[in-house]
Design a protein around this ligand. Structure first.
Ligand SMILES: Cc1cc2nc3c(=O)[nH]c(=O)nc-3n(C[C@H](O)[C@H](O)[C@H](O)COP(=O)(O)OP(=O)(O)OC[C@H]3O[C@@H](n4cnc5c(N)ncnc54)[C@H](O)[C@@H]3O)c2cc1C
Length: 380
């Protein structure tokens, strides 16, 4: 009889895992606390490291059909003066992998459409588990209980499995809040580059997505009460931004998109495996979104665990997984936190020095640094 694996949480990590692990000789179950596939979400930047994995999974074409190819990601000041550019076309020329902007919902749907629709447990929130000598007895909020040989947590930043082992999740706050929304791109809006504009303790991001959409994110240093602001009040906060954002202001004033609001945070600790349970995605290595690598790390981790499970028994694969992934997820997590701080310096003088410094670093250096960061992982 095949061993049974339960993957808990049908986000990007869980859906990628189900896709991959059902190619192996296991019975793979996926449980999700919601009663349907999550549709809420905004945009995601997926870099060459992710497209490489999607090619190996046979999903690259479907992703490219629903996504917008991004040739460059440009950082500017609040007036639109260029500070730094990462040239994704160069990465494409070297690796043959594109970087894209995609709506989270499209990514979820592609992953869902390409997996078997058996052993799916919606409306099954894992609330507890007990381990006997051979297996896990998992309890769900709906009152059901099931037995599995192995357990993988892909439950996001507030993983129940992690809380059961280590207690309440300690978040590492950034004191930054973020409003995100997706809009129809105005006609003739140039859509081959992503932008992030750095102002005075505020920044604005614009990322073109597939099907003529634009993903906008507005980040501000937390002062208190931001969660109560209306859409128009949020726009007021970013009124001083010009350049790329300036081209959108008129459009933004006359629409009322659905807004997602978050306080940006990650977790203090990284947990890749514990008590035989494997942690993939934000449940094990939540990262701030400043490098646009959270989903990428989830997909990379899922793929790494899959390749290890091709060669080893589950428990050994879990140990190798921890050894293989720790360095990279740690590096991304710390760098992402640092970029967040650097982009919201409090002192206006330091902001000026930072901007001058960034303009004078040759772009070849930042390009090389970025390539090393995202492509020098264990997935060759
Ligand atoms: C503002 C913001 C912008 C971002 N931008 C980017 C970007 O541009 N590029 C990028 O790569 N990443 C980005 N990220 C990060 C990315 O969104 C996350 O890293 C990614 O969604 C993690 O996926 P996941 O599957 O691990 O977790 P999640 O997406 O959180 O999914 C977890 C799933 O588990 C389910 N669940 C939770 N608990 C249970 C339970 N007990 N039982 C059953 N089911 C459960 C949830 O309902 C959910 O469906 C961003 C994040 C934020 C906050």
């Amino acid at each position: 009889m095949k061993e049974k694996i339960l993957i808990s949480g049908a986000g990007i990590a869980g859906l990628t895992l189900k896709n991959l692990l059902e190619r192996l000789n296991y019975d793979v179950y996926l449980c999700e606390k919601e009663d349907t596939l999550r549709t809420q979400g905004a945009g995601l930047l997926l870099g060459a490291n992710v497209l490489k994995i999607f090619r190996q999974m046979g999903l690259e074409e479907q992703i490219l059909q629903k996504a917008q190819v991004i040739d460059a990601f440009i950082t500017t000041d609040a007036k639109g003066k260029e500070l730094d550019t990462v040239d994704f076309k160069q990465i494409y020329a070297k690796t043959s992998y594109r970087s894209v902007g995609i709506h989270r919902q499209e990514l979820h749907q592609i992953l869902f459409a390409n997996m078997q629709h058996t052993n799916l447990l919606f409306d099954h929130e894992l609330t507890n588990f007990a381990q006997d000598d051979k297996s896990y007895i998992v309890a769900f909020k709906n009152g059901k209980q099931k037995r599995f040989d192995h357990l993988i947590s892909s439950e996001g930043i507030f993983s129940q499995c992690r809380e059961k082992i280590y207690g309440k999740t300690e978040l590492r706050a950034t004191s930054q809040v973020c409003w995100r929304f997706v809009i129809d791109a105005p006609q003739n809006f140039e859509r081959s580059s992503g932008y992030e504009m750095w102002g005075d303790q505020k920044r604005v991001g614009i990322l073109p997505l597939g099907t003529d959409k634009l993903y906008c994110y507005l980040v501000a240093t937390q002062k208190g009460g931001e969660e109560k602001l209306s859409y128009q009040e949020v726009l007021q906060l970013f009124e001083s931004f010009e350049g790329r954002y300036g081209q959108l202001k008129e459009t933004l004033l006359h629409i009322s998109p659905k807004i997602l609001y978050n306080v940006l945070a990650d977790t203090q600790e990284i947990t890749l495996q514990s008590e035989g349970i494997v942690f993939v995605g934000d449940s094990g290595h939540a990262t701030t979104p400043n490098l646009g690598q959270g989903a990428a790390m989830a997909i990379e981790s899922a793929y790494t665990f899959y390749t290890l499970l091709q060669k080893h028994k589950f428990s050994l694969a879990a140990q190798f997984y921890e050894q293989t992934r720790l360095k990279k997820v740690q590096k991304i997590k710390e760098r992402s936190m640092l970029v967040g701080k650097f982009s919201h310096l409090r002192s206006k003088l330091l902001q000026k020095i930072r901007n001058i410094f960034m303009q004078f670093i040759p772009s070849a250096i930042t390009q090389k640094e970025f390539e090393k960061l995202i492509l020098d992982g264990e997935i060759k």
